[in-house]
Design a binder for this molecule. Structure first.
Ligand code: ZN
Length: 666
């Protein structure tokens, strides 16, 4: 079945209200609730004194209305009695300050006392609900993240390094600690890269970021073990934070989970955007689907204005439904809105649910009720169908972490660069998989490796294999610069890919803000007016076997190659020498797609999003109008509109503002 529900906190409301909430949920077509993720102090009010009676009653009321339950383990927000036991339970920030009680996510993920308390509450909860008929699965903790720099973590980091390097000689050599006389003679001398230590050794810093990521993977595993042991029939997930979150290697975190879930907030209070860039949520969906190469859930789908101290722009009429369908269009098999009713108390007083504080259904509830009715009709036909792109982008957490140590240019961020490339494909209605650099690439025609900075021989070989077999590979600046120890390679750039690229980086120029060079394309089909711009970073390329696609036209680089194309085996490699901005990738996208023989799903305007899901030969086409005005879309073949069950559609259809079509073709 297609799961459609809400995050619900019965402990925050009088029990007399619960039946009314359950009734309204069922009337809106909801069939699942996530419960208990922040209720530790209600479930274990004193150490080893448990109270699940209230939760039993809440679940029984919800189940009587046909709602299934996902239980959250409550460890993201520990009770005061636990945190009062030892100051070492609190994590230490990068500036060396220990956090204090007051928010959530305050714990050190390596603290043994915290692990012990975690095992206890998760085991008690799991044993109590293992055979409850309404419970279908578990969400572990909530939004893992935040690096800890405490003394316990420092010691665990030293152990982690010992495992990785075996000997101090190896570590000293690979980190290059001879520089500035940092040669370590005892594991205990190795620090964590506190901000007070200023710019750290890049090898040490990258390893520390990997260690921090591994710490959460290991902490999650503590809970996975308890749950698998006691609840073998339930699935296990965690709610990740989409493409934007860059402190944990999500490929590693996803490995031990049965399914990936993530939290989708297109209108954040933190950025106060008047217009939502719909490609951001699309990228997050694709990145989350790529973690396990399987469909996912959205465990927190925006249900109203978000807010802590300040409040986001209110979702416009139609947006909640549109964003939820967008996630489905990219592979969601479950949508859970955060949250049911807006809290009257606490930090998230202004993080709005489907119902406002007063608890009466309004505009947002009505919108989701409409969608609930639609999914009751068509959910079965969507569930389990899959997205099948011919284009992939390689997401490298090692490279991402390395750029957090050294951005290379103050205007550069890996995330923004990745998004620029993605958006050019998104706007042309080209479906994209976001996968690990080690993923099997055989299914793809075109692969982008944006700023693949830390490059191992294993990944280089994977890319060679892909190109030899006929694929088109696109690389951008700062690729192949670092080895796995975050040392600069002793090779001409792009390092291990220089042979494949058929061009070397002769020299590079890091540009100041506002500065740019112009690009002149040798290929007539790429001629642009006004000319495409190079900015942020300019590699001067020196082709060996590659042909020149574009030159710089200004400054001391005038006439030098900026983009090249190399044939290798059955395939081709395009080397782009400048980061530039989204416009360059928009300009290059049609040419690159042609080179690879990859087709857009439909040719239509960029503001209308088009995706498809497949079940055998049956295609579900999702057409989403992200604008506040009607859009006309020319269909490529006859279809049935599943949402209104109307007669077949052909030719040009009109899409109302912020409306969605779900079309089926055989
Ligand atoms: Zn710690």
């Amino acid at each position: 079945m297609f799961y459609f529900g809400v995050d619900y906190y019965p402990e925050q409301w009088p029990a007399e209200r619960w039946p009314e909430d359950a009734r309204l949920m069922a009337e809106a077509g909801l069939n699942v609730v996530r419960l208990a993720e922040f209720a530790w102090s209600r479930m274990e009010p004193q150490e080893e004194v448990y109270d699940f009676d209230w939760l039993d009653r809440a679940i029984s009321i919800l189940a009587s209305r046909g709602l299934h339950v996902v239980l959250g383990t409550p460890t993201a927000s520990p009770p005061p009695w636990l945190m009062a036991q030892d100051p070492a339970l609190f994590r230490v920030r990068e500036d060396g300050q220990r956090v204090t009680f007051g928010n959530r996510r305050t714990y050190c993920p390596n603290n043994p006392l915290y692990h012990q308390a975690t095992r206890r509450i998760v085991a008690a909860l799991a044993e109590h609900y293992a055979s409850h008929p309404a419970v279908i699965g578990w969400q572990i903790d909530n939004e893992f993240g935040e690096r800890c720099y405490c003394p316990l973590c420092a010691r665990a980091f030293q152990d982690w390094l010992q495992q990785r390097y075996g000997s101090l000689d190896a570590l000293n050599q690979r980190w290059g600690t001879v520089f500035w006389s940092h040669t370590y003679s005892d594991w205990g001398e190795i620090p964590v890269p506190l901000a007070t230590g200023s710019s750290p050794n890049p090898g040490l810093a990258l390893d520390f970021f990997r260690f921090c990521s591994d710490s959460y993977v290991a902490y999650q595993q503590v809970q996975v073990n308890v749950l698998r042991d006691r609840c073998p029939t339930h699935w296990i997930t965690h709610n990740l934070m989409g493409f934007g979150y860059d402190r944990i290697n999500y490929f590693d975190l996803a490995r031990d989970l049965d399914l990936v879930a993530w939290d989708n907030y297109p209108r954040g209070y933190w950025d106060m955007q008047a217009d939502v860039d719909a490609s951001r949520a699309a990228l997050s969906c694709d990145a989350m689907r790529g973690l396990k190469d399987q469909n996912f859930w959205v465990m927190e789908q925006q249900a109203g204005p978000s807010g802590w101290e300040t409040v986001s722009v209110a979702p416009r009429p139609g947006e909640l439904r549109l964003w939820a369908y967008q996630a489905i269009a990219h592979g969601a098999d479950g949508i859970v809105f955060f949250r049911w009713r807006t809290a009257r108390f606490g930090t998230e007083q202004y993080w709005h649910g489907l119902l406002d504080h007063h608890g009466h259904p309004g505009r947002r509830y009505a919108e989701i009720k409409r969608m609930g009715a639609e999914l009751e009709q068509i959910g079965e036909r969507i569930h389990g169908s899959h997205v099948a792109p011919a284009v992939a982008m390689l997401l490298s957490y090692d490279s991402r972490f390395a750029f957090q140590v050294q951005a290379n240019n103050p205007q550069f961020t890996y995330s923004a660069h990745f998004h620029h490339v993605y958006r050019a494909l998104y706007e042309r209605h080209v479906p994209v998989d976001v996968v690990a650099p080690t993923a099997d690439l055989a299914a793809y025609r075109l692969v982008f490796a944006p700023a693949l900075h830390v490059l191992s021989e294993e990944v280089a070989e994977n890319l060679r294999r892909f190109v030899q077999a006929g694929g088109v590979l696109v690389v951008t600046p700062r690729t192949g610069v670092k080895d796995e120890d975050n040392a600069v390679v002793e090779l001409p750039l792009p390092g291990l890919l220089a042979g494949l690229s058929g061009a070397e980086v002769e020299e590079y120029d890091s540009l100041p803000p506002g500065a740019y060079n112009e690009l002149e394309f040798v290929l007539p089909e790429l001629a642009m007016t006004p000319p495409a711009r190079a900015s942020v970073w300019c590699d001067v390329l020196k082709p060996s076997s590659a042909t020149v696609v574009a030159h710089y036209t200004q400054d001391y680089n005038a006439g030098q190659p900026a983009i090249t194309l190399n044939r290798s085996g059955q395939g081709q490699v395009v080397t782009i020498g400048t980061f530039s901005d989204a416009d360059l990738y928009r300009a290059l996208a049609p040419w690159l797609l042609d080179l690879a023989g990859a087709q857009p799903i439909l040719t239509t305007q960029a503001e209308v999003e088009v995706t498809e899901r497949w079940q055998g030969q049956r295609r579900l086409l999702f057409v989403l109008n992200h604008t506040d005005h009607a859009q006309e879309v020319a269909l490529d073949r006859g279809t049935i509109n599943l949402l209104d069950g109307s007669a077949p559609l052909t030719g040009t259809v009109t899409l109302a503002p912020r409306d969605t079509l779900v079309l089926e073709t055989q």
